[in-house]
Design a protein around this ligand. Structure first.
Ligand SMILES: [Zn+2]
Length: 287
């Protein structure tokens, strides 16, 4: 007789917002957006690659940068080693090149599963190298941000990644290459204060939390902030974000933007070469 213990635990997922039990396979088809309430589940970098770029097109870069532990922070090396074993990742961001609907691009995707997506030397270095290599290869860049902020174990070295990555974004601009930042849930701290908000186009996923100080810091410092200030919706209403979007429209929107910015003609698009107005209309349609 089948018992509850025989049912694989990953068959169902509970929505953290509406608590509805959802069939995992169906949820996957919905790109991990709850069909009941619209909650956007947090994604691992591998899932993001899978739903964003052309199958098999992603080629990772800089996967072998050595750990920097300038302060010899107690337990830090072990923590990084554990994160590497748990996630199979080298660090909290994956970078590389890929194609999206046939358009080549440089891609960065942060992963919260790796020490909260925090930015230390390797993360900053990978982002900066991504930008510089894309200048050399003449590629547009898309970075999916998700981060708890700077990595405290690297102290000032982690804060130095803010000017380093910001400078690298500037090099893309000087080369006339577009940079699109996509803010996903949650994007905080040093990442918010550097490359997350420096895109030529800044996109945010519906419901994403974002801000400089995290909610816990805001709470203990008694800052009197407006209600909902750390949400994508608030930031969009106040002009900090250009496009607020449901994940199911994201890939198509990136395709249209990359095409606008001068990428090669998108495949499978009857509107390629049409006017901006027509493309804007298309942006709201599902792919
Ligand atoms: Zn839900």
């Amino acid at each position: 007789m089948t018992t509850v213990d025989d049912i694989p635990s990953n068959l169902w997922e509970e929505c953290p917002l509406c608590h509805q039990l959802l069939y995992t396979r169906a949820l996957e088809k919905e790109l991990w957006v709850c069909p009941k309430c619209g909650y956007h589940f947090r994604l691992h970098s591998a899932q993001r690659v899978q739903i964003t770029v052309d199958e098999g097109s992603f080629i990772p870069w800089d996967n072998d940068l050595p750990l920097v532990d300038p302060l010899q922070f107690p337990g830090y090396r072990e923590k990084v080693q554990q994160a590497r074993e748990k996630t199979g990742l080298n660090e909290a961001v994956v970078t590389g090149r890929a194609t999206l609907a046939g358009i080549p691009l440089g891609l960065g995707i942060m992963d919260l599963a790796f020490i909260g997506g925090s930015m230390g030397w390797i993360v900053g270095e990978k982002i900066a190298r991504l930008m510089e290599r894309c200048v050399a290869d003449q590629l547009p860049v898309v970075v999916f941000c998700a981060s708890g902020g700077a990595r405290m174990q690297e102290s000032l070295i982690s804060l130095m990644q803010m000017p380093k990555t910001s400078g690298a974004v500037g090099k893309l601009g000087e080369a006339g290459l577009p940079y699109i930042g996509v803010l996903t849930d949650p994007t905080y701290g040093g990442v918010t204060a550097s490359y997350a908000f420096l895109g030529d186009v800044i996109i945010a996923e519906t419901g994403a939390a974002m801000g400089f100080a995290g909610p816990r810091v805001v709470e203990v410092t008694n800052l009197n902030l407006p209600r909902g200030v750390q949400t994508a919706e608030f930031q969009y209403e106040h002009g900090m974000i250009d496009i607020l979007i449901n994940r199911q429209q994201l890939r198509n929107t990136l395709r249209i933007l990359l095409h606008w910015f001068g990428g090669t003609r998108p495949e499978h698009s009857e509107n390629a070469g049409a006017s901006s107005t027509a493309l804007l209309g298309e942006m709201t349609d599902h792919e």
